[in-house]
Design a binder for this molecule. Structure first.
Ligand SMILES: *Cc1c(COP(=O)(O)O)cnc(C)c1O
Length: 387
């Protein structure tokens, strides 16, 4: 019986055990201890920001970002519909705001044409603030998710946001390490271009702390506010005075130790992802009507987090493919169900959906772990060719 090949799993080794072991033997296993600050500084240095705020999940990071950006009850936020639910709930339901859903372009990220069309034709700008003509609500922000590690079209999206007075929140939970190599944002990392950005260290992400997240911001006071909110909004440590409603969203010292070890290995992980991706492309792209979807080339360096096998012209059915590969102990998955079709969002507007509906129907994500061997990658390729 052949070994199970998982979709995307953690890659831990001696270095993770060493640093986490140090935290454990020191007794500093909870939310105090020096490793959290060290990990914040190391992550900030890696992405070229002055400050990063650690927290216990990417979902918490997004909630902190929404609050730091001042998104509140009655506001609306433009969000992508082709994404994970945790990209949307924290910016909308958690803070009492409503989403306007927009489809994707061929990068799978939010479509600038549809965003622009919505702002220009369904909204009006008054005193530098954008109002939704259908609801009368103030549209305060645009959320950009860098789907599967692919950089969204930031030059266009940032220009649209500027024109319409929108705050830009980047969900870079899947895109740590993705950066611009050319254009107006050359040298900048996904998550550091808009007003505020978030990373995740969940077990399936490119580096993991088991669970964890990080917030970075181009507004120093927003980052400090996120830190304050993540630590119960303590105004006076000794006297237990709190100046607003805070949360316990802190990262632990053990998690931060894992993060430090993983961050040392990130560039190596990205190189291996790229090698796996190139192997899938060479063997499958254009064969039997199959495609491996591209990452934005030329102006970006992607972290190649998740690979998308696109079935449209192959005559194969998505769910049958997933089942058949599962029978050969190969784990794959479909892309997410669109958020505007999820239980909690039946009445929200949704525009420019054609490509999102198409990609939802025809994508299967292939195994892409940073510890996937070329041998196992070839087994996946053989299984796909045999479908
Ligand atoms: C993983 C992920 C999140 C949430 O991160 P967690 O650390 O799992 O809470 C949010 N948005 C997107 C797009 C993600 O992929």
């Amino acid at each position: 019986m052949s070994e199970f090949i998982p979709l995307s799993v953690p890659n831990f080794g001696a270095r993770e055990a060493e640093l986490a072991g140090q935290a454990i033997t020191s007794g500093w296993v909870s939310t105090s201890g020096g490793k959290v600050t060290e990990f914040e500084e190391a992550l900030a240095a890696y992405v070229g920001m002055p400050r990063a705020v650690a927290c216990n999940a990417g979902t918490s990071a997004l909630h902190l970002a929404a609050m730091a950006a001042g998104i509140t009850r009655g506001d609306e936020v433009i969000v992508p519909t082709l994404t994970f639910i945790a990209a949307v709930n924290p910016l909308t339901r958690y803070v009492g705001a409503e989403p306007v859903f927009i489809g994707c372009d061929d990068s799978l990220c939010i479509d600038p044409d549809a965003v622009e069309d919505f702002c220009a034709n369904r909204c009006e700008l008054r005193d530098g603030r954008l109002y939704n003509k259908a609801t009368g609500a103030h549209i305060k922000a645009l959320e950009v998710v860098h789907v599967f590690g692919n950089m969204a079209d930031m030059p266009r999206l940032m220009a649209i946001a500027k024109r319409y007075g929108l705050i830009v929140i980047e969900d870079a939970t899947e895109a740590l390490g993705t950066r611009c190599t050319d254009g107006p944002f050359a040298g900048k990392f996904a998550g550091t271009i808009g007003d505020i950005g978030c990373y995740s260290f969940n077990g399936n992400k490119i580096i993991t702390t088991g669970a964890g997240g990080m917030v970075v911001s181009n507004h120093a006071d927003w980052a400090e506010h996120a830190k304050h909110l993540s630590t119960q909004a303590k105004a006076d440590l000794l006297q237990f005075l709190h100046d607003e409603v805070g949360y316990n969203y802190r990262m632990t010292n053990v998690q931060a130790s894992l993060g430090l070890a993983q961050l040392e290995r990130l560039e190596g992980f990205i190189a291996h992802k790229k090698a796996l991706y190139d192997r899938y492309v060479a063997a499958l792209d254009g064969v039997k009507g199959l495609r491996i979807l591209p990452f934005r080339e030329g102006e970006c360096r992607s972290n190649h987090w998740f690979f998308s096998l696109y079935l449209k012209d192959s005559g194969l059915d998505r769910d049958t493919v997933i089942e058949k590969l599962q029978a050969q102990h190969i784990q794959t998955r479909p892309v997410w169900a669109l958020i505007h079709e999820q239980a909690d969002y039946p009445r929200n507007e949704a525009y420019g959906l054609d490509k999102a509906l198409d990609y939802r129907k025809y994508i299967v994500n292939l195994p892409c772990s940073t510890n996937l061997s070329f041998e196992d990658c070839d087994r996946v390729i053989e299984a796909v060719l045999g479908l």
